[in-house]
Design a binder for this molecule. Structure first.
Ligand SMILES: NC(=O)C[C@H](N)C(=O)O
Length: 480
């Protein structure tokens, strides 16, 4: 049987001839087939993946230099463009659409020797927190099939959780990587805004969207980040900061005393499950007893962050999604339309699902002349205040810790009839996107309902290194 602990270990088995890339891909193809009922993959790129694996095996034999992700089997969320392959954003409206170029992240993965094995199911246009909004059916949590895997990158999370690939890419606009990672018991990293180019990522809310990485080892996530991060002429918002050697930064770290903040209001919030609150309080006491500074910071904006997030993201979405008109590409109404406006209406009404339509309407409303100042401007002001608070906090602390989600993975149907309840469950994740800082969810805890849950760690802009080092130590139970 093919077994895999970390990418480094796997790559040494490739180098000493114990396995091959083709063997690895064949193994994962079998696993994907055996776990088909999870619905984590919308498409498996069998031929391409095997061909790429064979090319990589030949490259190794030729003695030529190998890429950092040589032989690594990756799956990508169905919002990331891969040239010559279908991409649908989990939506019917992109029916029949094939990517005409590679996303920069995909380009970099392939150049580093990764193998893309398939595209993962997700909430339509990344809108959702449970993966119940995909036009292609829900994804099941592999640990408990009655529970949601989280969303919107549920398929990418389950692909890693169920051992159907080594690492996967998702996107995180307001928690879509960290929240499913929490529900699935794996690691989910959302780098700071602009760390990874968004070129070729189907836009939801452009000032929030960020590609993120799922894995089971911090070192794997760090390695993937190192490969796909960095400046890109095709994305004017991408960060031009140098890319640290993230994976090396985890080696030979000497213990240090961290300055850790937590928002008092976050741990006292009525929506927070008591077991989750207690687990984090216990961790705080433990870290304090180990000599770290762990202090509460007052945060009086907590109740404003979810409304601000859903005003700003829906506004951006209403603009971004206007391009799906049935003419340029994707689903088009057949012949029962009276004129162009009627054609748009029919194409968009039938092509988009319920949640996407709700958000387009909400976004259009908050941008409309009579309501712009009352909603959009106010939400922008909240965002600015949050940015100022964040600056102050990171002037005094290295990281902020928080729950990732207020509850453990819930059952299918439990929240899907109440969009507000679903939105409110994003209370701990949207903060990092509103201010653009990096955040990670790490699987530290287990709930009495049998499912795991995570700890969220956030760091200052461009400080993924601290985030990764602290997470690695916590997960490996090493002294920090
Ligand atoms: N896309 C995300 O990051 C998830 C968030 N729950 C949303 O629906 O907006």
């Amino acid at each position: 049987m093919f077994s895999f602990h970390s990418i480094k270990d796997y790559q040494s088995t490739l180098l000493n001839g114990q396995t091959t890339c083709v063997e690895a891909v064949s193994y994962y193809l079998q696993q994907i087939e055996a776990q088909k009922h999870l619905n984590a993959f919308l498409e498996v790129f069998t031929e391409d993946a095997l061909a790429q694996a064979a090319r990589l095996d030949a490259l190794q034999l030729s003695g030529k230099p190998l890429g950092k992700l040589h032989g690594v089997v990756v799956s990508i969320k169905d919002v990331i463009c891969y040239k010559g392959h279908t991409v649908s954003a989990g939506s019917k409206i992109l029916e029949g659409f094939t990517s005409v170029y590679n996303a920069t992240a995909v380009e970099k993965l392939l150049a580093a020797g990764a193998i893309i094995i398939g595209r993962n199911n997700c909430d339509e246009f990344a809108m959702g927190s449970s993966n119940e909004n995909s036009a292609f059916g829900p994804v099941l949590n592999a640990l408990d099939n009655e529970r949601v895997p989280g969303g919107s990158s549920g398929g990418s999370a389950v692909a890693v959780q169920a051992g159907l690939c080594m690492i996967s890419l998702g996107s995180d606009t307001g928690g879509s990587v960290r929240q499913p990672a929490d529900f699935c018991g794996i690691i989910g990293l959302k780098p700071g805004y602009g760390r990874i180019s968004r070129y070729g990522l189907i836009a939801y809310a452009s000032s929030f969207d960020q590609i993120g990485i799922f894995g089971t080892q911090v070192s794997d996530v760090a390695l993937a980040l190192e490969v796909i991060a960095g400046a890109d002429d095709f994305d004017s918002t991408v960060s031009h900061q140098p890319i640290p050697a993230f994976s090396e930064s985890l080696q030979n770290t000497s213990p240090k005393k961290y300055r850790i903040a937590y928002f008092k209001e976050a741990l006292e919030h009525p929506s927070l499950d008591t077991e989750i609150a207690n687990a984090i309080k216990t961790l705080i006491t433990q870290l304090q007893s180990e000599g770290h500074t762990v202090e509460p910071v007052a945060f009086d904006l907590l109740d404003y962050i979810v409304p601000a997030y859903y005003i700003l993201t829906t506004a951006e979405a209403s603009s971004n999604l206007s391009r799906f008109d049935g003419i340029k590409y994707g689903y088009a109404a057949k012949d029962d339309f009276a004129n162009l406006t009627d054609f748009y209406k029919k194409s968009r009404s039938a092509g988009f699902g319920k949640e996407v339509k709700r958000r387009i309407m909400l976004g259009t409303f908050v941008l409309s002349a009579g309501y712009y100042d009352a909603y959009f401007t106010k939400a922008q002001q909240v965002r600015r205040m949050l940015q100022e608070t964040t600056k102050q906090v990171f002037g005094n602390y290295d990281v902020i810790i928080a729950p990732t989600v207020p509850s453990p993975a819930f059952k299918f149907g439990e929240k899907s009839n109440d969009p507000i309840e679903m939105f409110l469950a994003d209370i701990y994740t949207v903060f990092a996107n509103l201010v653009g800082i990096p955040g990670i969810s790490i699987p530290l805890f287990k709930h009495s309902s049998g499912v795991p849950f995570g700890l969220q760690v956030m760091a200052a802009q461009d400080n993924e290194v601290t985030l990764l080092q602290l997470s690695d130590s916590l997960l490996q139970n090493k002294p920090l």
